[in-house]
Ligand binder design. Structure first.
Ligand code: DGL
Length: 348
């Protein structure tokens, strides 16, 4: 009888504990975190090789901090991330966040385009519940792979009540970043992800979460953008500006159907005269032009070294080209008026 009682007590404790753990869903898209290489000590590897259940089983400690289950959305190197996967991912996230048995979501993703996927999701997911992207710079087979601890920390952040209402976040290398601010700053370093303009939102150290900031712009549940019913996104091209840059590629983008152009300009979003002339051609075709900068931090302001009011250009403010493109694509679903688009850049 005593044995039966102790079994019942243990079962009760296990069930009670499981009931208390946050319910986190991991959506896997591929990337180096799912990568593998023939040896533990080589640079060459193949990303998108390992499935979500293997990623979860490689971190048994997850069971202590959350009730975790996984879904495979895709399994690609994120250099091949696509509108199709973006829309599938965003719609699935919104479905899951609407369920009472989901408290938070983690997305495993390649590092190459994680900054734009995160910003896209922070503009189109509709909940205060935490959505956290994570990644790795070393494949799962590498010596001192960074993926497992990044997954553990990302689940800890996604299951933490204090993470609610902070917009979509990126967790990598013990840092918690806002989707809007985070950028990949090194092609190889484990500490590649930074938020150079405003700093990170906080830290997560072996699952211990500590916030020091809140997002600075509208996102998620406050956003007016939606993917409901969407099957495609407007074409927006980013054009690099450089010494003596001609306008050919700008005109080509317009003729190929771009509805928006983001320039990765010089300094404060500056352009060669040839590019300005080509952008006036773009404006004559109703294409919306956003001046961003190749410079990683700072503020691209209106009417500094050229007359945005007269040319009908939009200034990207703090957004770098990759993020400016994301916002412009969503803005173009609502308007192609430069003044209205500029307001979106002040708000998001
Ligand atoms: N293969 C690239 C990607 O999937 C970079 C590797 C990585 O994830 O760090 O983004």
């Amino acid at each position: 009888m005593k044995r039966l009682t102790s079994v019942i007590v243990i079962l009760f404790a296990v069930c009670a504990n499981a009931k208390d753990l946050p319910k986190v869903v991991i959506l896997a898209t591929g990337g180096t975190i799912a990568g593998s290489a023939p040896t533990e000590v080589q640079a060459g590897y193949q990303s998108g090789q390992v499935g979500v259940d293997i990623l979860i089983n490689a971190v048994p400690q997850l069971k202590e901090i959350a009730d975790v289950r996984g879904e495979q959305i895709s399994n690609i190197g994120s250099q091949n991330m696509s509108d199709e996967i973006w829309l599938k991912l965003a719609k699935r996230i919104n479905e899951l966040l609407g369920q009472d048995d989901v408290d938070g979501i983690v997305i495993t993703h390649g590092t190459d385009t994680m900054e734009e996927t995160a910003y896209f999701l922070t503009l189109v997911t509709k909940s205060k519940k935490p959505v956290v992207l994570t990644c790795s710079m070393r494949p799962s087979t590498a010596l001192s792979a960074d993926g497992p601890l990044n997954i553990f920390n990302a689940v800890a952040v996604a299951g933490n009540k204090d993470s609610e209402g902070r917009g979509v976040m990126v967790v990598a290398n013990d840092r918690i970043h806002s989707a809007r601010e985070v950028v990949k700053t090194s092609t190889t370093a484990v500490e590649t992800f930074m938020s150079p303009l405003v700093g990170s939102l906080g830290t997560v150290n072996y699952g211990v979460v500590n916030y020091v900031d809140l997002p600075h712009k509208k996102n998620t549940y406050e956003s007016e953008f939606s993917v409901d019913g969407l099957t495609s996104l407007p074409r927006v091209d980013i054009i690099a500006i450089y010494e003596d840059a001609p306008g050919d590629l700008i005109k080509a983008a317009v003729d190929l159907g771009a509805k928006g152009i983001v320039t990765s300009g010089l300094g404060n979003g500056n352009l060669t005269d040839a590019c300005i002339e080509a952008l006036q051609y773009a404006r004559s075709k109703g294409v919306v032009v956003v001046r961003a900068s190749r410079v990683l931090t700072g503020f691209v302001g209106r009417n500094v070294e050229l007359d945005d009011d007269k040319l009908g250009f939009v200034a990207s403010y703090e957004l770098i080209p990759s993020k400016a493109r994301v916002l412009l694509r969503l803005a173009l679903l609502k308007t192609s008026d430069p003044t209205s688009v500029q307001e979106y850049f002040a708000t998001y």
